[in-house]
Design a protein around this ligand. Structure first.
Ligand code: ATP
Ligand code: MG
Length: 562
């Protein structure tokens, strides 16, 4: 499907730079995740932007792991990030990089700064460094080590690298301005001592570069033209520029900031997501309730839906919170076009058609997707015993209830008119079976005498349907903004205790009983569902991706309307 190319202030900058030949006609962007967690829907926004801009302009987008903090990083994350970017539909080709590949070069740049008198080794404790830094309203004070001679700095930095010192005893700092109104410029740390094995460089290093230093130089080394990051880095840009301006680097990248994606009812902080996984609030990074790409994929969300969502959200310069209903809308829109319809009964109620011949089975024709005739038709077995949805029957129907009730006639989708004659109850008074009759003249769903029915129900043939487990998901949090920690309460206190409901005795039409994990379908009148990897042969498990209508919005509207 042809889509118009999106437009926003960053794309405007790129277009202007191309027009003025600022970077020799090149467009090189990068997506720079820290491999310390799984990618989430917020990262998708950044991926779509960076890869999108490269694609639209004949440029390239690098995938670069910002792996400068060995304590929190893991190859599991490196692998999942690559899989997720590919799944989203983007390709970095040969442009896969790691900040750790530049450790030697970054070290040499640091030595260069020391030689120029623009960096020094700090030996104050972390608490002292903080005290000297000052506050937003108060200038900082120079450290007594700020005036160390270059030779002493070179010697100390070499010994930091050689592993002579303990963590926290020394730092390499840029010598910029302790009185700067921008705290990021008050002699920021460039290197710290960290004794943790690195997933790529092993035990080779015991000093690691800080983010701002490593990031600016990695961009310059790779020839990045437009270094796009989120707004919280706006105040870091002067430091980014200082690093580039004070060293002889192969290229001059420029940083631009955009508003990160925030979603209501959702947390996107990696620290919080890690807590959800680590403390067992969810079943893993790919739990279908998680906003991770792995979770969304398992839930049945398509990459196309995520890309459309990111496009619809747009790229702005001001922070805002996006309604998660917008994501759900994008998912419905995509699946409506692509997901075949099937019939599934989630809470089965037995129907016996008393005037239908015992032992007879006939095949009825059903449309696979009314939105797409090329998806064809299929045959559905129909017989004397069926299941319908418990919710589609009321013994004592309220006023607006037009579905089955004693004496009432409805249509069975693709089949016949069905009339409920009487109910069968168990000892506890619960309805366990409906005794019904059908009208053979209504085959296909219309009455020759033009009489009307007010409801069309889905159904499955009892003898032919497959039994299946269905997992219904609701929002993971009950609070619209689970990011603001209530006093004395962890954010996990806002988890929705009803975010998962497992229905273990559902029935589906036989044709999809063996569908492979990842298969997406619409259960008619229910919503979109996806086969979970937990499925086993003859025992499929379905995840509800999204309901057809949003039950929450309805509940909320009711709450407001009284
Ligand atoms: P951390 O909280 O560990 O810093 P992060 O969410 O910033 O994590 P990174 O791995 O540093 O994660 O992110 C990689 C890229 O994705 C960065 O360029 C970052 O700006 C971008 N990104 C992260 N979260 C969002 C978000 N919610 N919306 C848009 N972009 C995001
Ligand atoms: Mg980050």
């Amino acid at each position: 499907m042809e889509r118009p190319i999106p437009s926003d202030f960053i794309r405007d900058v790129v277009a202007r730079d191309l027009a003025s030949n600022k970077h020799g006609g090149r467009v090189v962007t990068r997506f720079p995740p820290e491999p310390n967690g799984y990618l989430h829907i917020g990262h998708a926004k950044s991926i779509c932007l960076n890869f999108g801009i490269a694609l639209e302009n004949g440029g390239v987008c690098h995938l670069r792991f910002d792996d400068t903090n060995p304590a929190k990083e893991d190859v599991e994350y490196v692998d999942s990030i690559q899989a997720d970017v590919r799944w989203l539909g983007f390709d970095w080709g040969v442009h896969l990089f790691y900040a750790s590949d530049y450790f030697e070069a970054l070290h040499d740049y640091a030595v260069d700064l020391i030689r120029q008198g623009k960096a020094y080794v700090e030996s104050l404790s972390a608490d002292e460094v903080r005290a000297y830094r000052g506050t937003l309203t108060e200038a900082g004070r120079d450290s007594p080590h700020r005036t160390r001679p270059v030779d002493e700095n070179l010697d100390l930095f070499a010994r930091m690298r050689a592993g002579e010192f303990d963590e926290g005893t020394h730092l390499l700092r840029a010598k910029i301005d302790m009185a700067s109104p921008n705290i990021n410029l008050r002699d920021p740390a460039l290197y710290r001592i960290k004794r943790a094995p690195h997933h790529r460089t092993g035990e080779r290093w015991v000093i690691y570069p800080m983010y701002d230093f490593a990031h600016a130089l990695s961009d310059a080394i790779e020839g990045i033209t437009h270094s796009i990051c989120t707004l919280e880095f706006e105040d870091h840009r002067p430091l980014y520029d200082w690093v580039i301006d004070n060293l002889t680097v192969p290229s001059r990248p420029q940083q631009y900031e955009f508003a990160r994606l925030n979603l209501n009812y959702t947390v996107l902080s990696k620290r919080k997501l890690l807590t959800l996984v680590g403390d067992g609030h969810v079943k893993g990074w790919d739990d279908p309730r998680m906003p991770t790409l792995a979770g969304l994929r398992r839930r049945g969300v398509t990459p196309q839906a995520i890309r459309s969502f990111c496009e619809a959200v747009g790229v702005a310069k001001r922070n805002s919170v996006v309604d998660v209903a917008m994501l759900e809308h994008a998912v419905r829109e995509d699946l409506n076009r692509t997901a075949p319809r099937v019939m599934a009964v989630l809470r089965p109620l037995k129907v016996v058609i008393e005037n239908y011949p015992e032992g007879q089975v006939e095949q009825l024709t059903a449309v696979n997707n009314p939105e797409d005739p090329t998806m064809g038709r299929r045959e559905l077995p129909f017989s004397r015993e069926l299941y319908v949805e418990q919710d589609d029957f009321r013994e004592d129907p309220p006023k607006q209830f037009f579905r089955l009730s004693p004496g009432r006639e409805v249509r069975l989708r693709y089949a016949y008119f069905l009339r409920c004659e009487r109910v069968v109850k168990d000892a506890g008074g619960n309805v366990i079976e409906l005794r019904c009759t059908y009208d053979p003249a209504t085959r296909g769903g219309d009455a020759p005498d033009k009489r009307k029915v007010k409801a069309t129900l889905h159904w499955v043939s009892a003898a032919h349907a497959a039994r299946t487990e269905v997992r219904l998901y609701d929002r993971l949090f009950t609070a619209e903004n689970p990011n603001v920690e209530q006093e004395g309460q962890p954010f996990t206190a806002l988890l929705n205790p009803q975010s998962l409901e497992v229905l273990s005795d559902c029935r589906i039409e036989p044709g999809i009983a063996a569908a492979a994990p990842g298969t997406r379908v619409q259960f008619e009148r229910h919503g979109y569902f996806c086969v979970d990897p937990d499925s086993r042969p003859h025992a499929p498990v379905f995840n509800r991706t999204v309901a057809l209508r949003d039950p929450w919005a309805k509940i909320e509207r009711k709450g407001q309307g009284g």
